[in-house]
Design a protein around this ligand. Structure first.
Ligand code: SME
Length: 161
């Protein structure tokens, strides 16, 4: 596995996503432990993109249960009909929230969180098995670039489950 991330000093997020995707593939290669890999992926995303909060919720016991993350403490369990993460789970679609205060039912793990993007991760049976949640302390911080870049990360995780 790779030990250091190579990240250009740039504010161009597309360039950063393109740089880190193959490095994340190398990072998880040969390691069968899912949570260990998810932990390293959150660390890589936080280091490369400086996200306020980035983490995974795993579908378990009819809820979304907090797994590996980087950032401040967060809600441990989310019901499927609650929050942005639950909305992503039930609709099976990526959810981009430019202003969390305008999303009915948003769960505020931190009052500093202002915008959010959540992506579904599908298992080999086509079921949502995990969601990837990224929060920003800036309003409207997630664009098509993030949607595409994070989708590359989702594809890497889907190969692990
Ligand atoms: N805001 C999320 C909850 C998870 S935290 O942001 C880490 C939601 O509404 O589902």
């Amino acid at each position: 596995m790779a030990e250091n991330l190579f990240i250009s000093q740039t504010s161009d997020r597309k360039k950063i996503y393109d740089e880190i995707a193959p490095q994340i593939v190398a990072l998880v290669e040969g390691e069968p432990d899912l949570v260990a890999n998810l932990a390293n992926i959150t660390a890589a995303l936080k280091e490369a993109l400086g996200f306020f909060w980035v983490g995974f919720y795993i579908v378990k016991e009819n809820q979304l249960v907090l797994s590996a993350f980087q950032g401040s403490i967060a809600c441990t369990r989310i019901d499927f009909d609650k929050g942005v993460c639950g909305h992503c789970y039930t609709t099976r679609q990526m959810v981009v929230v430019p202003n969390v205060e305008e999303f009915p039912g948003h769960i505020a793990c931190s009052s500093l969180s202002k915008s959010e993007i959540v992506l579904p991760i599908f298992d080999k049976n086509g079921e949502v098995a995990i969601v990837l949640d990224v929060d920003s302390d800036k309003l409207n911080d997630f664009s098509e670039t993030d949607a595409e870049g994070l989708q590359m990360i989702v594809k890497i995780v889907e190969k692990l489950i």
